[in-house]
Design a protein around this ligand. Sequence first.
Ligand code: NDP
Length: 335
Amino acid sequence: MTYLAAADRYESFQPNSGTFRRCGRSGLDLPTVSLGLWHNFGDDKPLETQRAILRHAFDRGITHFDLANNYGPPYGSAESNFGTIFAQDFRPYRDELILSTKAGYDMWPGPYGQGGGSRKYLLASLDQSLARMGVDYVDIFYSHRFDPTTPLEETMGALDTAVRSGKALYAGISSYSGDRTREAARILRGLGTPLLIHQPSYSMLNRWIEEDLLDALEETGVGCIAFSPLAQGMLTSKYLDGVPAGSRATQGKSLSPDLLTDKTITHIRALNEMAAARNQSLAQMALAWALRDSRVTSVLVGASSVHQLDDNLGALDNLEFSTDELDRIDQHAVD
Ligand code: NDP
């Protein structure tokens, strides 16, 4: 059936009450909760489930969908599946969407598709991504990871070319250290294409960005979109009583059940109790916590169902923490 986006999609997301945030010192607002297509959008998942999640996200005011060349499985399939759904459902809404993709990991055979940050790889990969997604441009094109074997000038030069050619509107980097971020921002500024955004991992169980990266982003005026803010599902009620069938931890992919140690489960249970005292689910508290620093522009969640997405969006109903709550959370929010 033809998709008509919900007429109240921005009302329900309350855009004027902090549910969109300005991305660094740019002119771009991002939704405080964005949706990532790393898992759950490959050929291993029914297209209709993918469609339902994407439609629901947009109906609830999520304007930003994040992809990468290698999301699947197989590689490329998340972009192709998104392209199919985009053509059928979202094309009329293109100007309401922020679409991102990335290149940095191995993609195709031979020396030019093995990942990294060469100009050859990045620009060829962007062309492939645009073809799979069926769009003329992405809003953000990322260098997916720092490549120590390629001069940073070459990688940033490729992002600059992507923007100048109109195939991307903004440049981003992912998982770069604070110092490398400063350097990348300096090079891009010199080229006349400001660095828009950094995409690092960040959650109650992974706090590395608090050491230096957030300071680097503030100095350089770059926004921050935090990936895996639910620690791939560990910061939800999902694993409190064991590993349920069908969950990511059973799929032999990125989340090893070995991470669910007794110590970690003890912390997660304590956090779950604090969330209940705030009348929130653990997922909601974990997202609100990641957003407590205004330098974090958006949290980038995954979802395997519409229900999970709704649960996560409930985080926006209570983003405030008392100092006492933050202190108590600190005792359990440990790497
Ligand atoms: P999350 O930490 O949000 O984990 C998502 C998973 O958690 C879901 O697939 C689901 O697991 C579970 N989950 C989500 N919400 C709930 C809920 N309310 N209740 C119970 N379980 C829930 O993020 P991801 O690790 O998926 O990463 C998000 C996005 O970040 C990616 O899609 C990608 O766009 C980006 N990313 C970027 C990286 C980079 O290098 N730049 C690396 C990794 C991610 P289940 O499937 O088991 O139901």
